[in-house]
Design a protein around this ligand. Structure first.
Ligand SMILES: C[S@@+](CC[C@H](N)C(=O)[O-])C[C@H]1O[C@@H](n2cnc3c(N)ncnc32)[C@H](O)[C@@H]1O
Length: 250
């Protein structure tokens, strides 16, 4: 284990007209230090999210139906991506919106907002929510935070944590968050294919003579390791051991 001193916070990064803040030879992903940054930096992945009509329309309705809250407000969009939620917030009457985005898609967001007449109203700030500084003035906070931080089972991607960081840094007392709560549905399932896959991976440790090594004393530990890994993905609904959707955990 190594001990490190906490580095000073990086200076606020604002975008130039034509691109990213220069990174001095460090790749964008290294700079971001977040495994999802490269993924979200691609237009195709932002497009996938935008084209998820249920998702995008639900957010639009949530914002428009609460336009009274947005009118004249200061808003932060945490992980603005293409800028779409910042845009909805401005349309709903926000006076000023800060769209914070860690990946290079921030460049696209800035262009999109400018091309849609939102220059001056929506500022795209490139960087991590945990690190950027906003030009809010001393002790100033915002009225509303919007975000789409939801991963599989809510917490995958760990973006909820950044949403909370934004709340603690910038939301004024009594301020609003969109969204504020979620419902997670859980059900037991049994997936033979997944089971066989884990067993096959562990079977490597059945070797009694691997370059002369007997590996078998590690078999149980390897099995335990493979079977204790969380698996994120889709499974066939036929694997469900329970058909009800009525048991929910809030
Ligand atoms: C699920 S996408 C949502 C994008 C957009 N808000 C939308 O609704 O289409 C989450 C975005 O948040 C960004 N992001 C994730 N963690 C972040 C952090 N800690 N700071 C800044 N941006 C972050 C990602 O790069 C990604 O573009």
């Amino acid at each position: 284990m190594t001990t490190t001193t906490t580095p000073p916070p990086p200076p606020p990064q604002s975008l130039t007209d034509d691109g990213l803040v220069p990174l001095g030879g460090v790749s964008q992903e290294e700079e971001d230090g977040n495994v999802f940054s490269h993924y979200y930096g691609q237009l195709s992945h932002q497009q996938n999210m935008l084209q998820d009509a249920i998702r995008t329309t639900t957010y639009q309705q949530a914002i428009f139906q609460n336009a009274a809250d947005f009118k004249g407000s200061k808003v932060i969009d945490v992980g603005t991506g293409s800028g779409v939620l910042a845009f909805f917030s401005a349309q709903a009457g926000a006076e000023k919106v800060y769209g914070i985005e860690m990946s290079r898609i921030a460049v696209a967001a800035k262009k999109l907002m400018e091309a849609n007449g939102m220059a001056g109203k929506i500022d795209i700030v490139k960087g991590k929510v945990e690190e950027v500084e906003l030009p809010l003035g001393d002790g100033k906070k915002v009225d509303i935070i919007v975000s789409e931080p939801l991963g599989f089972l809510l917490v995958h991607e760990r973006m909820l944590e950044s949403y909370i960081v934004a709340r603690d840094r910038w939301l004024k007392p009594g301020g609003k968050m969109f969204p504020t709560n979620s419902t997670v549905f859980t059900a037991p399932f049994s997936d033979k294919e997944l089971y066989d896959e884990c067993m096959a991976k562990s079977s490597f440790w059945d070797y009694k003579d691997f370059y002369g090594l007997d590996l078998t004393c590690m078999k149980e530990a390897a099995k335990e390791e493979h079977f204790s890994q969380p698996v994120v993905g889709y499974f066939n609904p036929d694997c469900l051991l329970c058909k009800t959707t009525s048991d929910k955990v809030n």
